[in-house]
Write a protein of this length. Structure first.
Length: 170
């Protein structure tokens, strides 16, 4: 019983403090997702335009969640969860969205975000089952998933002249 309580405390504290978790549903690759810990479960929003993808996370399904250390970035714990999709008109959905809204960065629609989530997105609760996995012995590194996102673009043609002008004294 003591190990189970320690595992439960580790899952809750580690997940609360980590802003990013890796989630894997059955038959899908592992994905890094932002989340909120609310009322004993990990809560996610996604599958809508401009939101994170939540493939293979279905209502009544299962998932594996891996939590990293906030300060060192290393794996702390991997735990099993049951997935529940919250109905957009339920009180649980409203409470969860209020928590998620405070953590969502760079939202394109600001205060209208909950209405968009109700129309176009899914809000999920991943509740721990109590089972944790042993830490792996070796590395589990993988190549990144394909994505249309990019961080490198061509330099604007006028930039070298603007930078050269900056260095001149008047």
């Amino acid at each position: 019983m003591t190990k189970q309580l320690l595992d439960q405390a580790l899952v809750e504290e580690a997940t609360k403090k980590s802003g990013l978790v890796w989630v894997q549903g059955p038959g899908s690759p592992v994905r890094a997702l932002w989340h909120v810990w609310h009322d004993g479960a990990l809560c996610l929003v996604g599958d809508g335009p401009g939101e994170q993808p939540l493939p293979s996370l279905v209502d009544g399904g299962t998932a594996e969640v891996t939590v990293r250390s906030k300060d060192k970035g290393g794996r702390l714990v991997t735990w099993s969860a049951t997935v529940a999709e919250l109905a957009a008109d339920s009180p649980a959905w409203a409470e969860t969205v209020a928590e998620l809204k405070g953590k969502r960065l760079n939202a394109p629609d600001g205060e209208a975000m909950p209405e968009r989530w109700a129309r176009e997105c899914r809000v999920l609760r991943l509740t721990p089952t109590g089972a944790t996995a042993a830490l792996p012995d070796g590395p589990l590194s993988e190549a990144p998933l394909p994505s249309p996102a990019t961080t490198r673009r061509a330099m604007p043609a006028a930039l070298p002249r603007l930078l050269a002008r900056r260095g001149r004294k008047k």
